[in-house]
Design a protein around this ligand. Structure first.
Ligand SMILES: [Zn+2]
Length: 397
């Protein structure tokens, strides 16, 4: 007789290791066929079958033949293969994206269907009031849960994005980047507020994960997502995994040096890419000619409307970004570069100077292999990346 898994205990101790492995594989990878589950979990076909019988008896998985976003068209012995999915009863994953002036929240079921998204803008800088921002995020999470009439108990994990590098021990990896948060461990501070397991990650890394699972990076195992907002950061996915580096701070593309004698950057070094391409720097330059420009969106709109100064700034930014990306492309040879965040919306204006800069620094074969595309998720990427982190993160134990 198949043992019965009691409700709400799937991610708690007491569940057999085999059942746990199959459930974690589905949670991380989304709907899968039995053959894929065998291959991804490393378990035998018999073990997967036994585990699925247990999960099915507890209404935690469904299995049916038919079209599926990830398994459409797959066949087994000439017949369409049936696809296994975790049900809503298996839980919900949450993502939270904290920016300098925004907070966004997303919820998805463990079948990778996005269920709710909420966002708000703040009239203060997140660095000045970390506790206030975290409380705002907790409130937004509660609102999103009530949008789908879900309880907090159903949430199996939370991925939290912050605009700074995060070390492997979940601390801020570069104090000058977010000084107001430097003594905080963001995952603990937020976890204490919402009483759920939280894992923090750099926001650019999360945006890369979001695009990889739901956006412009789908189907691509080597990808770089460049976040072009107030600051500049990159998330790197290599062989289908987020590359974090020895200290967890890989992908700080905004702080590669373009000019070692250039102006001093907020990171403490000179001549960083961010000073040529970051929204903060671009806006400061543009305001020298047009003091009335409200924000980066207004700068992009002015460039589109033919303002020569704004146009020139974006063209030059594209060229500088191309140089930096050419170096990155030489090192890791990605298949796709996704341009995201606010300036990513101007990919059409950046593309030509960027491709020229890239061609001048990247070796020909690597430059030819890489495709530069605009983000599909735009401002949603960070929070959805938080969901992706929670889907693959250590479950509640
Ligand atoms: Zn810097």
């Amino acid at each position: 007789m198949t043992p019965k898994i009691p409700p709400h205990t799937l991610w708690r101790p007491g569940v057999s290791a085999t059942v746990r492995r199959v459930a974690e594989t589905l949670r991380a990878h989304g709907p899968r066929t039995r053959a894929e589950l065998v291959s991804l979990s490393g378990l035998s076909r018999a073990s997967v079958s036994t585990a699925l019988a247990e999960l099915s008896a507890a209404d935690l998985v469904t299995e049916r033949t038919g079209p599926s976003d990830r398994s459409a068209g797959r066949t087994l012995g000439g017949r369409p293969a049936s696809v296994v999915r975790l049900t809503r009863a298996a839980g919900i994953a949450a993502g939270v994206d904290i920016g300098r002036r925004h907070v966004r929240v997303a919820l998805a079921d463990l079948d990778h269907d996005v269920l709710a998204e909420r966002q708000t803008h703040t009239d203060f800088d997140a660095d000045d009031r970390p506790h206030e921002v975290l409380e705002l995020a907790a409130g937004l999470l509660t609102d999103a849960l009530s949008d789908i009439t879900a309880d907090r108990d159903e949430v199996v994990g939370v991925g939290l994005g912050v605009p700074a590098p995060i070390t492997h021990d979940q601390r801020i990896g570069a104090r000058p980047m977010l000084p107001g948060w430097a003594d905080l461990r963001p995952s603990d501070a937020f976890g204490d507020l919402i009483r759920l397991p939280v894992r923090a990650e750099n926001d650019a890394n999360l945006a890369a994960l979001g695009e990889y699972v739901w956006g412009a990076g789908r189907g691509c195992t080597n990808l770089v997502h460049v976040k072009l907002g107030t600051g500049v950061g990159a998330g790197i996915v290599l062989d289908g995994r987020l590359y974090r580096g020895a200290a967890g701070t890989a992908g700080e593309l905004g702080h590669v040096t373009l000019d070692a004698r250039g102006p001093v950057c907020r990171c403490g070094n000179r001549g960083c890419l961010e000073l040529a391409v970051g929204g903060r720097a671009l806006l400061a330059h543009a305001r020298q000619a047009n003091a009335g420009l409200a924000d980066l969106a207004a700068l992009i709109a002015a460039a589109r409307a033919g303002d020569p100064g704004c146009r020139r700034l974006i063209t030059d930014a594209g060229g500088q970004l191309g140089y930096a990306l050419g170096n990155l492309v030489n090192l890791i040879n990605p298949q796709r570069v996704v341009l995201g965040d606010e300036l990513g919306s101007a990919t059409d204006l950046l593309r030509e100077p960027l491709q020229r800069g890239l061609a001048e620094t990247a070796i020909a074969s690597a430059a030819e292999a890489v495709e530069v595309v605009r983000s599909e998720l735009a401002s949603r990427a960070g929070a959805l990346g938080g969901v992706a982190l929670a889907l693959g993160a250590n479950p509640r134990g």
